[in-house]
Design a protein around this ligand. Structure first.
Ligand SMILES: [Zn+2]
Length: 430
């Protein structure tokens, strides 16, 4: 069933008009970065690209990629394309794997962010009448701020509680009659678990009807568990500090992830050769921010693997559709010659009867050799039933079915794996 669009003019653009708008914005962007930033000027000169010579969107292929290494090299403000005085807000990633990625915003950038987040949340079904409990971690990280901006842009009531203090989350959910929960998928499960321990039924003792979840990769099975526990519709969000934070895609009522391609131009490339692939092929996602002012990204390599398709959707949006992220190339592991993504192991585990939502993948490295094992918690009932070696064997068989690889599985007692109020740590190196 078609639902209302937040911005029908742009979310419903014809393919031809979208391409026209993208090219117009792209040419203005390249002209601007060429004139205002030394890094971009040098890279474009080296590639012999003059902004005035750009004739169509295909010319984007002549422009070199922007990588995480470039961002580190020019940390913190070397890639800014406006006077520093025009920056009014700054976010940054956690920087767990090196220098943090810095996201500076002008006033116009913040308005753009509010607009795309409003589109995303509106597509999920969030309306002015909703009460949004924002349980993402506030701080430098983009997450909480993006959801707050978008929900306020729609006119909903935002509860700026932040992550953590789970008992209080439960009180506020009840006292303020929150209808939308925004946080990481794993944290929503932890809140449900604590609510159940308090004798509450998450599906019937709360007013929640929607979840706006992101910042973590999660399988369809975990999504279903969340929906069953809470009795809600769980929606997916995707974002990157390098591009804008959350707000790159809008998940509609048909469960399609529409890319806000009038602002973020998407490409799919072969991660090994850098060659541009036609839509319909799986490869690495590359984004160009067409209108951002302070920190535009031109052909940023995300390391995320996905597929893009075009065509109409019955929701009424004409914007291109992205598949769910198959995995980050950074997360990809090679075990005895087999390519393994953590998401594949999660998908295998979740079909095992009596499994809980809590597991960890243990990665051991000896020289170039990587070996994997899995620790997983059965549910309380399954644990009490005993004969856990049967549970372990079944989990190993499911993993083998998907990966054709033997990965030992160990069942742990319930609640022995640490819970997270933010991003769950699923892969542990020992
Ligand atoms: Zn749709």
């Amino acid at each position: 069933m078609a639902t209302a669009l937040w911005n029908p003019t742009y979310e419903g653009l014809s393919a031809a008009n979208l391409r026209k708008l993208q090219f117009q914005r792209f040419k203005a962007l390249i002209t601007r970065v060429y004139q205002s930033n030394q890094y971009y000027k040098q890279r474009l000169d080296e590639a012999k690209v003059k902004p005035s010579s750009l004739k169509s969107m295909d010319d984007i292929r002549k422009i070199p990629f922007l990588t995480k290494q470039d961002l580190r090299k020019y940390y913190p403000f070397g890639l800014v394309c406006t006077p520093l005085d025009d920056i009014v807000e700054v976010h940054a990633s956690s920087g767990t794997t090196g220098k943090p990625v810095v996201g500076p915003y002008t006033r116009a950038d913040l308005d753009l962010w509010a607009e795309v987040m409003a589109r995303s949340l509106y597509a999920n079904g969030v309306r002015k009448t909703d009460v949004v409990q924002n349980a993402y971690g506030y701080g430098f990280f983009t997450g909480a701020h993006g959801f707050e901006r978008g929900a306020e842009w729609i006119g909903a009531m935002v509860l700026t509680i932040g992550s953590g203090n789970t008992e209080r989350q439960i009180d506020i959910l009840q006292d303020f009659h929150s209808t939308v929960l925004a946080c990481t998928p794993s944290y929503s499960l932890h809140i449900a678990e604590v609510a159940e321990e308090k004798g509450l039924n998450p599906a019937s003792d709360f007013d929640l009807r929607l979840g706006a979840f992101g910042a973590e990769s999660w399988s369809d099975n975990i999504r279903k568990n969340i929906e069953d526990h809470w009795g809600i519709t769980a929606c997916e969000h995707y974002g990157l500090t390098e591009i804008i934070g959350p707000g790159i895609v809008s998940e509609c009522s048909e469960r399609k992830l529409h890319i806000n391609a009038d602002y973020f131009y998407p490409e799919i490339i072969d991660p090994n050769t850098g060659e541009t692939l036609e839509y319909g092929n799986e490869g690495e996602l590359v984004f160009t921010t067409l209108t951002k002012e302070a920190f535009p990204a031109v052909r940023f390599r995300t390391r995320d693997l996905a597929m893009i398709s075009e065509g109409t959707c019955s929701c009424g949006r004409t914007l291109p559709i992205m598949s769910r992220i198959k995995g980050r190339s950074d997360d990809m592991m090679k075990v005895k010659g087999v390519i393994v993504f953590p998401s594949q192991i999660e998908a295998a585990l979740m079909v095992v009867p009596g499994v809980s939502d809590n597991y960890q993948i243990i990665k051991k490295k000896q020289g170039d050799m990587v070996s994997l094992s899995v620790e997983v918690e059965p549910s309380e009932e399954r644990f009490k039933d005993g004969h856990l070696e049967e549970f372990e064997k079944r989990a190993e068989a499911e993993i083998y079915r998907i990966l054709n690889l033997h990965v030992p599985v160990q069942a742990l007692s319930p609640k022995s794996i640490p819970r997270s109020t933010g991003k769950a740590k699923r892969v542990i190196e020992r």
